[in-house]
Ligand binder design. Sequence first.
Ligand SMILES: [Zn+2]
Length: 467
Amino acid sequence: MASNILNLAGYKVVRVEEDDHDYHITADVLRAAAACTVCGSSRIIGHGRNQQVIRDLPMHGKRVGIYVDTRRWRCTDCQKTFMETLPAVDAKREMTDRLVAWMGVQSMQRTFASIAEDVGLNEKTVRNVFRDHLAGLEEKFHFQTPEWMGIDEIKIIRPRCVVSNIRSRTVVNMLDNRNKTTVARYLTGLQGKQSVQFVAIDMWGPYRDAVRTVLPQAHIIIDKFHVVRMANDALEKIRKNLRSELSLKAKRALMHDRFVLLKRRRDLTDKDRFLMDGWTKNYPLLAFAYELKEDFYGIYELSSSAHEATRRFDTWHRSIPPEVRKAFGDLIRAFQNWMPYILNYFKHPDFAKDPVTNAYTESLNNLIRVTHRMGRGYSFEALRAKILFTQGAHKHELKRPKFERRRTPQTRNTSFGKSSNALEFGYFNKSFQGVSGTFHPQDALASKVNYGSDINTLVELLGSGKL
Ligand SMILES: [Zn+2]
């Protein structure tokens, strides 16, 4: 019999029994208790035994239970009785420390059900171990509070929040729901919350209210993509409406219409343009709607100030023919209701080159949705933990802006090939001009700042099924 089968310090294996599924290992504790746990006296005497079954790591594909006769002691000084503490056993649970640690790590990668199956415990126990593990991770990792923050919605069973750092393209948290109280509580707990400059949100009152209450200094920007998306929706309404009145044959002539109409004009191919010409001749309303959609995008793309955007919106608004006014109604109302926050987009320095948007988060959200729909069995909190605490995904540097050729030659001698130090490229000084001077690139590179989980990496991991 392998006396060292447990490989667990502090125990001596007495007997090993096994059946198809389990190992039943009887063991003795090598060293007896030396002192009273109440008063510290060493004058203690045996006071009976009590068998405990301690769960341990699965072995050779079988579940493992360690049977230990735990001794009860009585202190002759204070008269109290106490159980000896078992070495290498979790104080809260009848499990070895190493099993708890293993389950914690496993719970980040697998479903609770499959772990429960492996160790022969119920899912609820696995979930409790997971929660403790998670609390440890939350304690260990502190993500930098984003100066440009994105709060976006994702539906995982219910609507939740994804909080991102727009400049580093990382996820810094996921909140259980999108109520004002939840968001406000999260924001209140942020370290250095007064350094938040911009918050991109969608048109959801509770986000706005929470940010205004807790981060009064931050500029709220309605995420551009949530606004322009509504122009697409309006066009879709008109297209569907039109289709519903057409004969089957006429419908066939409109093949691929959705795909083509949602394209931006600059992306249309010759074939698209040919198709579109045909449709717009027959259905001028569709042409109007397409123009309106494109013109609405133009408000964002052509304006160089909030003032100009307002003017363009007014012109656009007046140009809407009565026949399609209803379809664009939601967009018009939203724009008018949220105008100051929509226009804040243009108040941010360098908005065209480095805009404050949640566009980046969208790709991640889509993948999370797919993962979830595939029914991999993760609860929201497990999914959240994977997103936030998969260590390989953590990002410790701010993203580098795209390399741009210098306009005017400089005399400084830089060795491009050898250096990986972004500072030498002179990026930072240039691209962060205009944003109030709290950012020091040296700090970011010198200390190991953790910006959260890199969205690109998460997308890769999710896409290849590794998360
Ligand atoms: Zn005592």
